[in-house]
Every structure is written in C-alpha cells, then in structure tokens.
Design a protein around this ligand. Sequence first.
Ligand code: NAP
Length: 251
Amino acid sequence: MPFDFKGKKVLVTGAGKGIGRGVAIALKKAGCKVYALSRTKSTLDSLVEECPDIIQIVADLSDWEGTREKLEQLEVLDGLANIAGIAGHDYAAVNCPKEYINHLLDNNLLSAINCSQVVAKKMIEAGVKGSIVNCSSISGMAAFPMCLPYAVSKAGMDMVTKQFALELGPHKIRVNSVDPGLVNTPLVQSLIEKGRCSVETFSSRSPMGRIPTVEEIVGPILYLLSEHSTMVTGQMHVVDGGCLSNITVKV
Ligand SMILES: NC(=O)c1ccc[n+]([C@@H]2O[C@H](COP(=O)([O-])OP(=O)(O)OC[C@H]3O[C@@H](n4cnc5c(N)ncnc54)[C@H](OP(=O)(O)O)[C@@H]3O)[C@@H](O)[C@H]2O)c1
C-alpha cells in the first residue's frame, strides 16, 4: 500500500542533508505539505530547488528560544519528524569535556524536546491526532568507541519517545523512535574520513551483509507518521540489518 499524505502537514528537522532530506522528499512525493527545517540555508535552497513546494525554515535547533519563536508561528501540524542531529565521536569517555557533552545534548536531545513541545501543544489544542517520530540510533542501545555524548543523547532520545508517548497518548498523539544502524550520509562520511568508523565494520556484523540505505530508513519513518501505524506508540524501531542482534563478526 503506498503512503498517502494528501492534506497532511509535517515538519521535518535536519531536512538539509542525509536522512532528513530523504524524509522531506518522500513526504512531498506522497502529497504532504512539508516544512523543512535545517541550519544551513544553502542545503535547504537546494532541497527547494529539487522539490519546489517544500517550505524552508532556517533555524539552529541548539538555540532553544530562537527555534521556539519560529515554530510558534507555524500552523497546526499533523506530524513532526525530529531527524536533525550531529556526530559526537571526538573524545574518549574519560577525556570528554563538559562543554562538548552539553553541545551534543543541546543539538541532539533538547532540540527534539523543544520541537515536540511546541508542535504537540498545538496538536492538543486543535484536537489533531498527530504523530511524532524521533530519529535515535543503535548507538543509544550499545556502546561504540569514542561515542559517549552521542550515545547518551540517543539513549535519552529513546526515553523522550517513551515519556512523550505516555503523556500524549490520551490526546491521540503517537510518538515513536526509529533507531538506524550505520547509514552512509554526510554525517557518516565525516566520521569515516576521521577514521572513527567504517562501512565494513557494520556490514560484517549484519546478517544482511550490508548497511541500510537512506531510503531504507525513510520508509519506516513514513510508516510511523502514517495512518498505517495508528496503534503503534512508545516504540523503538531498530533499522540496522540485524547488526545489533548479532554478536558474531566471523567464526
Ligand atoms: N547516518 C547514520 O549512520 C545514522 C545512524 C543512526 C542515527 N542517525 C541519526 O539520524 C539523524 C540524521 O543523520 P544524518 O546521518 O542524515 O546526518 P547529516 O547527513 O549530517 O544531516 C543532518 C542534517 O541535520 C541538520 N542539523 C544538524 N544540527 C542541526 C541544528 N542544530 N539545527 C538545525 N539543523 C541541524 C544538518 O544541517 P547542516 O546542513 O547545517 O549540517 C543536516 O541538514 C541524526 O539524528 C543522526 O544522529 C544517523
């Protein structure tokens, strides 16, 4: 069954690049009115060039008040995809500075809480049965070297999902996480260039023998935003080709 988002309005954060951009384009193709939020105007400009009807919002999500001011101006939405996030793989746990940890939490965790608060309040007031999807990570479920602040932000993201799902359920608003394994996006390219991870590491652990594509993460996100998942809430959806369920690399 194809996704049908005609008449729906969804805000996608991190829509300039990678997974967020894929979600914004797929929603647009499914008939949705898409608000695409990201930090860098040039990436949003190229998105709008590709999909002319997408509405761009340039905002830095680590700025709590500035973001809120922009989101308060939006109409009532049917959906929110909290996809924006940054890597945080620069320090061993024992050396990780407080400022760096706070920076990661501002960008990856508080940003999603902030957007969810503004969007969900409007949904509640208007009686909209909405859906919120948070982009988390398998890094929030299992440890990876040099990953403390990122891992903590994603473990926190899964708890944000459960907490909002509990409190928004009575208003018929669903909240879920999608937890990807390694996906080859600009974020991961920068980690590969720094020697922090490799496609081979994740492919060799995956029973599928490869890492997911952006499209393979986008599909589950659209499913959770859609009418095909009306009784799914408070759940983590791991999309990693079975990487996390497997302790074997080679026997
Ligand atoms: N790729 C993976 O392997 C993987 C795996 C698990 C989870 N994830 C999660 O998936 C999400 C998307 O990752 P990705 O790999 O697609 O990353 P990406 O390629 O770097 O794209 C991230 C997008 O988010 C935007 N963004 C970042 N911080 C922002 C902020 N403070 N305010 C506004 N926009 C901001 C970026 O804007 P700019 O254009 O300014 O950089 C960019 O457009 C992240 O939450 C990430 O943690 C990714």
